[in-house]
Ligand binder design. Structure first.
Ligand SMILES: [Zn+2]
Length: 317
């Protein structure tokens, strides 16, 4: 049954990408805006005595239609076999995560020396198009036992029309299931952009779960010859590992941060200044601090590491 939806997804995605990828802006974003306006119109009519009944019916039909299309195009993919079942079994220990963190710290330091920086010494992307091309190419090189999905090789990355809202809410990117476009926040610091693109491209490939998209994004970026993509990926991996350790061993994380190279420290400072200038009170509610930044004081109790870390450690075994 699920394989039927997986097959259907391939066709739907290809069709939509052929239809919408050539449009230079996010067509899905425009669609969302129009839908929002239409919805508002119906809701206002619901309050009018004369049109109440028809409007309520319209609202119900619209909601059901929207939900149905979403489920068929995307929602069913959440029922796919989890990637973790394709990887070696076993425990994930603190020791393993520390070892990996140290390895990725060294990788980051080395790769950071190879990338471009601006006049302030902060990492910058100079050629986003070539990164996007590389991501699509790497989609074809994924280990077959993890992904047998077909890449369309269509460049369908779009800067989001809602970049301001995204910066303030900490949303880095999103996939539009109705148009198969991958949106990213073009305001983001360069450290985020390549990996975010790889993550969204993994959704395009057909991985619905967030942490699995991170893992596929990791596989896409980690062995790439494109140094900007590789640095962004290694840096994401390092941060995720440190995040998974901080509660159990804060001293280890502190030492690791101190051992960042000067270049990495500048990148980190820039990321933090970007967040602090945007997040405000939304801080604790949205993704920014949860996944991608080291929290100064962690609040989550029970869960010490994410499903991404689980996948990463088992894969690296
Ligand atoms: Zn995602």
């Amino acid at each position: 049954m699920i394989s039927f939806f997986e097959g259907f997804f391939e066709i739907q995605k290809k069709g939509h990408q052929l239809l919408f990828s050539w449009i230079p802006f996010s067509f899905g974003d425009v669609l969302y805006v129009l839908l929002g306006i239409f919805l508002l119109y119906i809701i206002i009519n619901c309050f009018k005595q004369k049109s109440r009944n028809t409007s309520l019916k319209q609202l119900l039909v619209l909601f059901n239609l929207f939900y149905f299309i979403y489920q068929v195009f995307w929602g069913m993919l959440y029922f796919q076999t989890p990637i973790i079942e394709k990887l070696p079994k076993g425990e994930v220990t603190l020791h393993q995560r520390k070892k990996l963190a140290l390895r990725y710290l060294e990788k980051c330091k080395a790769t950071r020396k190879l990338v471009n920086q601006d006049t302030k010494g902060i990492f910058i992307i100079t050629d986003l198009k070539s990164i996007q091309k590389e991501i699509l190419l790497q989609q074809e090189k994924l280990p077959k036992y993890i992904s047998d999905k077909k890449s369309t090789q269509i460049n369908d990355f779009k800067p989001s029309l809602f970049k301001n809202v995204m910066s303030f809410t900490g949303i880095l990117g999103y996939y539009n299931p109705f148009t198969a476009e991958a949106q990213y926040n073009s305001e983001l610091p360069s450290t985020f952009l390549p990996f975010t693109s790889a993550h969204e491209s993994s959704h395009q490939l057909g991985f619905a779960r967030e942490q699995e998209a991170n893992f596929i994004g990791y596989l896409i970026g980690v062995n790439s010859k494109n140094t900007a993509l590789r640095y962004s990926t290694e840096y994401f991996t390092l941060k995720s590992l440190l995040n998974s350790i901080i509660e159990e061993d804060p001293a280890f994380v502190k030492t690791a941060l101190n051992n960042y190279s000067q270049e990495m420290k500048r990148d980190r400072r820039y990321e933090r200044s970007f967040i602090y200038s945007h997040q405000g009170w939304l801080d604790d509610f949205f993704g920014f601090t949860n996944n991608l930044f080291l929290k100064s004081n962690q609040q989550e109790g029970a869960v010490t590491y994410s499903y991404f870390i689980d996948l990463l450690v088992h894969y690296e075994k």
